[in-house]
Design a protein around this ligand. Structure first.
Ligand SMILES: *[C@@H]1O[C@H](CO)[C@@H](O)[C@H](O)[C@H]1NC(C)=O
Ligand SMILES: *[C@@H]1O[C@H](CO)[C@@H](O)[C@H](O)[C@H]1NC(C)=O
Ligand SMILES: *[C@@H]1O[C@H](CO)[C@@H](O)[C@H](O)[C@H]1NC(C)=O
Ligand SMILES: *[C@@H]1O[C@H](CO)[C@@H](O)[C@H](O)[C@H]1NC(C)=O
Ligand SMILES: *[C@@H]1O[C@H](CO)[C@@H](O)[C@H](O)[C@H]1NC(C)=O
Ligand SMILES: *[C@@H]1O[C@H](CO)[C@@H](O)[C@H](O)[C@H]1NC(C)=O
Length: 435
């Protein structure tokens, strides 16, 4: 008895040394596709140096491949679809079916025993994916859009993308429990765009795209154009509207339909009967909405010809430029005259310090106009006397009602530049001499 026990003990120890053996490492599981192949290869194959006694692959508890130095056995179910690599003992399984899903185990016996196991999941690839949108045209705030993504095969995930961003659920965007369809209720214009659904499983994926268009409007219908126009000018009023699809337009004048059906209402040459009230109506034939603009008043003005009077922007620009040119011209003239000292500096008091004595004699720069009060009774112009005096220039000055004689103004006296003899009843004005 003691001997027997001792022998069993030795055998047990030997067996533990060999039976516990070496562990062959595999990935935990493999994903295979129906009809395709899979290779179960150990990460750490047994050394090829030692001769093997037995190589065995089993699926569940069914043998798949058994090989001894004497013979190799493959059951009929695996004939023609199984091969085993002679050095790594990797199993290649072809023409996969769903029933190949399960656990696979490899054992190799040399002077040691090597074992390892893994599992296989077989998926049918995703095929025939379709993305179906609503059949009818969508109208903002009124329509519901159901989009459904369907496909064949083992589908393990559904992913939705809109305009290259993930589509997220919201108050109006609701996903079905299996994520295969999305209901947008109601649709808004911002829901327009490219939708994309991807059906996936570990061995395949398919993506389909769908464009959704949400129609809306017309909104913000307005007329742009002048409110005034010169008689005979070209006038164009434009109607604008926010609308999808683009709106079509009609125009009313003073409440009556016109034949104009374009975005622009053009009057080639205005006449006075074109004055009045213009309204454009924008129509969206999908939303079936008609929206009127506010009324636009046009007044055609008779400005005695060519429609001037600041009616068009061109005319305004012209006038402004004209005024600027005139002002510039006057400024230039003043500067020129000042520089050439034709205007006596003394008269520009603040340009000269007060303690500096004014030029004593400026007679050569001063001229006097002799103002005669010898008016003709009918108010005609008066020709001054002594017109032919070479150094004297005369200005014709209209005098008020009174013909009373007036004294010459004091500054002339203080400058001692007064002509020696002044006729009674004559007013003098200081006049610039030209040269
Ligand atoms: C295995 O698949 C190949 C193509 O990959 C095919 O030609 C062959 O007929 C299939 N064999 C079986 C038994 O299904
Ligand atoms: C959209 O889907 C919901 C449920 O998913 C359904 O009740 C509704 O009738 C569908 N609407 C259309 C327009 O298909
Ligand atoms: C794929 O679907 C089939 C039925 O269509 C099922 O038998 C099989 O187990 C599925 N495979 C996986 C990995 O879920
Ligand atoms: C549906 O998709 C969301 C993410 O978009 C995900 O969190 C959820 O688990 C999915 N549900 C199903 C049943 O696939
Ligand atoms: C004024 O112009 C309109 C077109 O804009 C034209 O139909 C009409 O006959 C013109 N009236 C006169 C009086 O010329
Ligand atoms: C259009 O209406 C305006 C007033 O709104 C009126 O002055 C003008 O005479 C009308 N023109 C025509 C052609 O009816």
């Amino acid at each position: 008895m003691m001997f027997a026990c001792g022998l069993y003990g030795i055998l047990l120890i030997l067996c533990i040394g060999q039976c516990m053996g070496q562990v062959l490492q595999f990935p935990d599981s493999f994903d295979g596709a129906v009809g395709e192949s899979i290779v179960f290869a150990p990460d750490n194959p047994p050394p090829t140096s030692s001769a093997f006694w037995l190589i065995r692959w089993i699926f569940g508890d069914q043998p798949v491949f058994t090989s001894t130095p004497a013979e190799t056995n493959i059951p009929p179910a695996y004939t023609d679809r199984v091969t085993v690599d002679t050095t790594t003992h990797a199993l290649m399984l072809m023409n996969l079916t769903f029933s190949d899903t399960g656990t696979y185990e490899l054992s190799v016996q040399t002077d040691k025993i090597y074992t390892g196991q893994t599992s296989l999941l077989v998926y049918e690839k995703v095929t025939d994916t379709s993305l179906t949108g609503p059949g009818e045209l969508l109208i903002e705030r009124k329509s519901i859009a159901n989009i459904t993504c369907e496909g064949n095969g083992n589908i393990t995930s559904v992913q939705w993308i809109k305009d290259n961003n993930p589509l997220n659920p919201s108050v109006s965007i609701i996903f079905s429990s299996d994520n295969r369809s999305v209901s947008i209720n109601p649709v808004f214009r911002s829901d327009s765009g490219e939708y994309q659904c991807t059906l996936r499983n570990p061995v395949s994926s398919e993506t389909k795209k769908l464009n959704l268009i949400v129609n809306y409007g017309p909104e913000n219908v307005l007329i742009e154009g002048p409110n005034e126009a010169g008689l005979g000018s070209l006038v164009s009023l434009s109607c604008f509207a926010t609308s999808l699809p683009s709106a079509s337009f009609t125009w009313k004048f003073n409440g009556t339909d016109t034949s104009v059906t374009t975005e622009k209402f053009t009057i080639e040459k205005t006449n006075l009967t074109n004055s009045g009230d213009y309204v454009c109506t924008a129509r969206n034939h999908v939303t079936n909405q008609n929206v009127d603009s506010q009324s636009h008043i046009l007044e055609v003005k008779d400005n005695g010809g060519d429609g001037g009077g600041g009616l068009t922007t061109g005319a305004i620009v012209g006038i402004v430029i004209g005024v600027l040119v005139a002002v510039a011209g006057i400024c230039g003239l003043i500067v020129y005259l000042t520089k050439t000292k034709t205007i006596p500096k003394v008269s520009l008091g603040k340009n000269k310090p007060t303690n500096e004595a004014p030029p004593r004699r400026q007679e050569h720069e001063l001229n006097y106009a002799e103002i005669s009060h010898e008016r003709k009774s009918r108010g005609e112009g008066v020709i001054p006397r002594n017109m032919n005096e070479s150094m004297t220039e005369y200005a014709q000055i209209m005098h008020g009602a009174s013909a009373k004689p007036q004294a010459p103004p004091p500054p002339y006296e203080s400058q001692e530049s007064k002509p020696s003899s002044l006729p009674e009843g004559v007013t003098y004005a200081q006049v610039m001499k030209r040269s």
